[in-house]
Ligand binder design. Structure first.
Ligand code: 1HE
Length: 264
C-alpha cells in the first residue's frame, strides 16, 4: 500500500499486523530534514493506530546519514534547540509509543540515524551496516536523544570513543557492544525485522505495552521503585481478559510449546 504524506519521503506499507515504515530519500542517503521528520511522524502515528508492531528501515544503500546538514547549517541557536526537541518528540513516539518497533539497519547508521535506531525496542543489522557519530567532526553534538539512548545501549565510554576519536563500528562490533541485537547477512535485515515484529505482534497487547512503557522507565529509577512498578504492571497485565484467555490456552494445552532455538 502506498503511503500518504510528504512526497513519499517516508513510505508506509502493511504486511499483516506489521507496519513497514521506510525512510525514502536515498539520493541524500536518507538524511533527516524537517519534512522527512514530519512524514516520519505521520507514518508512526498511522502505524500506532492500525498495526500491532512496526519495522523501520531505509530505502537505497543506507539506513540514514543522520541530520540533514544542509538544512541545519542555516539554523539559529534557538531554532536548533527547538529542532532537537522536535526530534525528541517524534523519536519518543518510537520509544514510548503504542506498538513495538524493530529497526532494520544497513549501510550508514550515522548520527541522527543511529539516534532513531536507538529509539526502537529491537535493532537488526546486516553485514553492510556501520555505525558512527561524526557530530564532533561537524562541530555539533547529538540532538536526537543519542546521549540518553545510545549511551544506555553501548555505554558512555564507547559512545565517547565514537564521538571523540571518530570510531566507526562494524556490524559485528555493534552486536558485541549491544548496539544491535541481531546480525544477519547483507540484504536480510528487513526480512528478519519483519519476522521479529510479526512475532511481537502476536503477543498480548498489554504485555507489549508494558515492555515499551515500563521496562526503560524501570531501568532509569531506583531498584525499590522499579520492583514496585514491576509488581503493579504485572498485576495489571495479569488482570486483563487477554491474559485470562492465554493462560487458559496454555493450561488446556492449546498454546505452542517452547523449545531450544532453531539452529542452536
Ligand atoms: C547529506 C548528508 C547529510 C549525505 N545531510 N546531505 N551525518 C554525517 O556527518 C554523515 C554525512 N554523510 C556521509 O558521511 C556520507 O554521505 C555517507 C557515508 C552516509 C554516504 O556516502 P556516499 O559516498 O554514498 O554518499 P555522498 O556522496 O557522501 O552523499 C550523497 C549525497 O547525499 C550528497 O549530496 P549531493 O547533492 O552532492 O549528491 C551529500 O551531500 C548528501 N548527504 N549525508 C545532508 N547528513 C539531531 S542531531 C543529529 C546530528 C547528526 O546526525 S550529525 C551526523 C550527520
Amino acid at each position: 500500500m502506498a503511503g500518504d504524506g510528504a512526497a513519499e519521503l517516508v513510505t508506509y506499507e502493511r504486511e499483516g499486523e506489521v507496519a513497514l515504515v521506510g525512510l525514502n530519500r536515498p539520493e541524500k542517503r536518507n538524511a533527516i530534514g524537517d519534512r522527512l521528520l514530519a512524514a516520519l511522524e505521520a507514518a508512526l502515528r498511522r502505524a500506532a493506530s492500525e498495526a500491532k508492531a512496526g519495522v523501520l528501515f531505509g530505502h537505497g544503500g543506507h539506513f540514514s546519514a543522520g541530520l540533514d546538514l544542509a538544512e541545519h547549517a542555516g539554523r539559529s541557536l534557538f531554532e536548533g534547540i527547538r529542532n532537537s526537541r522536535e526530534w525528541h518528540r517524534v523519536f519518543g513516539l518510537v520509544e514510548f509509543g503504542e506498538i513495538p518497533w524493530v529497526a532494520a539497519l544497513h549501510g550508514a547508521v550515522v548520527g541522527g540515524g543511529l539516534e532513531l535506531a536507538a529509539a526502537a525496542q529491537i535493532r537488526v543489522a546486516d553485514a553492510t551496516a556501520f555505525f558512527a557519530l561524526p557530530e564532533g567532526q561537524r562541530g555539533i553534538f547529538v540532538g536526537g536523544g543519542g546521549s540518553v539512548r545510545i549511551a544506555r545501549l553501548c555505554g558512555t565510554a564507547r559512545m565517547a570513543d565514537m564521538m571523540l576519536a571518530g570510531r566507526v563500528a562494524s556490524a559485528e562490533e555493534a552486536e558485541r557492544w549491544n548496539l544491535v541485537q541481531y546480525l544477519v547477512p547483507a540484504g536480510a535485515a528487513r526480512a528478519k525485522a519483519l519476522e521479529l515484529a510479526a512475532r511481537a505482534a502476536g503477543n498480548a497487547g498489554i504485555s507489549n505495552w508494558a515492555v515499551i512503557q515500563a521496562l526503560p522507565r524501570i531501568r532509569d529509577i531506583g531498584r525499590d521503585e522499579g520492583l514496585l512498578l514491576e509488581s503493579l504492571m504485572a498485576s495489571v497485565a495479569s488482570a486483563s481478559p487477554e491474559a485470562g484467555a492465554r493462560l487458559r490456552d496454555f493450561l488446556e494445552k492449546r498454546a505452542a510449546r517452547l523449545g531450544p532455538p532453531a539452529g542452536g
